[in-house]
Design a protein around this ligand. Sequence first.
Ligand code: DI6
Ligand code: FE
Length: 412
Amino acid sequence: MSTALTWDRVWLGGHLATLAAGREGYGEILNGALAARRGKIAWVGPEGDLPGRPEDLAKEVLDLQGRWLTPGLVDCHTHMVFAGDRSGEFEARLRGATYEEIARGGGGIRTTMRATREASEDDLFREASRRLVALQTEGVTTVEVKSGYGMETGTELRMLRAARRLARDHPVRVQTTFLGAHVLPPEFEGRREAYLDLIREEMIPQVVKEGLADAVDAFCDEIAFTPEECRSVLLAGREAGLATRLHADQLSDQGGAALAARLGARSADHLERTSPEGVAAMASAGTVAVLLPGAFYFLKEDHPPPVSRFREAGVPMAVATDMNPGSSPLNSILTAMNLSCLLMGLTPEEALRGVTVHGARALGLHQVLGSLEKGKMADLAIWEVGHPRELSYWMGRNPCVGVVKDGEPTPS
Ligand code: DI6
Ligand code: FE
């Protein structure tokens, strides 16, 4: 039977970590093949089950040469659009100052706010591009990017525009999140309600009108916003049509995880201090736990998130870089995976699920991304490894040898 070039491309001669629903472990298919047509996965299975000769089936046949194919990785929580750096505060911390003390003294997020307000959209785009490219060389095909270093309407919009532009100028999928409620900007000191009004009545409507954000987020913490304040911001975003997420229980337990669950948020992120009640609330609401081991490491935290409780309760755990200049200057998703295993107790398989299926779920994209299954987008990464657990194992070594987005190999 001749199927006359049904597919655009087929990869064979290697192994697949499909992470497909219903498959055990990594969902391995040894000696597997995967075909793409019009940007989507058209066929996945053992090479021996291909319905014909590969060259009769696809316009292009690519040999994996014994390598492994995984879904393109998803970095579902980043603040990669920002200006400047905080290496001076890093030194201050090494001399004994804490992250909270620096924040209370007007530094921290406000330091980056000042630099970001000064930066043009082009500046922001250029700097973020470099960070993005570093992630792409590690197999990342989807990133989330938050605003939150403007805390004034113009700069918040500029950050989100720079983030949207990343998707136009690079082979990557970008989801954007409006994080106006990051910390209180200094000009609103003593006028918290006025800033919250600005977020709800000016920023969110403007962001939504220009189609600049997919989700709304808030930082629920003693140094940032109270649960009640975060709730009002998330509700305003939700009413305007945005998905919701929450920076929850990072430095103190504010009941943030339970709040995120109650609001039907896609994810609650950080979660170092989340209580058993918070875990249970997330489990019943189906909220994704986004673990950010870069921030845990960089802030020298000693209280890891309740990973075994999440596991027992069946809460999906995503892993992300949190790429930001203050608490996680981590420009490597592979390092995030390694840290999630060693500092938080994930298995290498959970870490890989965290940056694929569960990362996609935190972005509401699990129907179309995150596993190698027919009908999903053909976003792929090719790895020079003997087993997919090596993605979490090597430190400072990048075994990614190819990236495919929408079925097209991307230039490296
Ligand atoms: N939590 C974080 O880890 C980042 N934002 C947040 O709410 C840190 C942002 C920064 O320190 O610049
Ligand atoms: Fe963050």
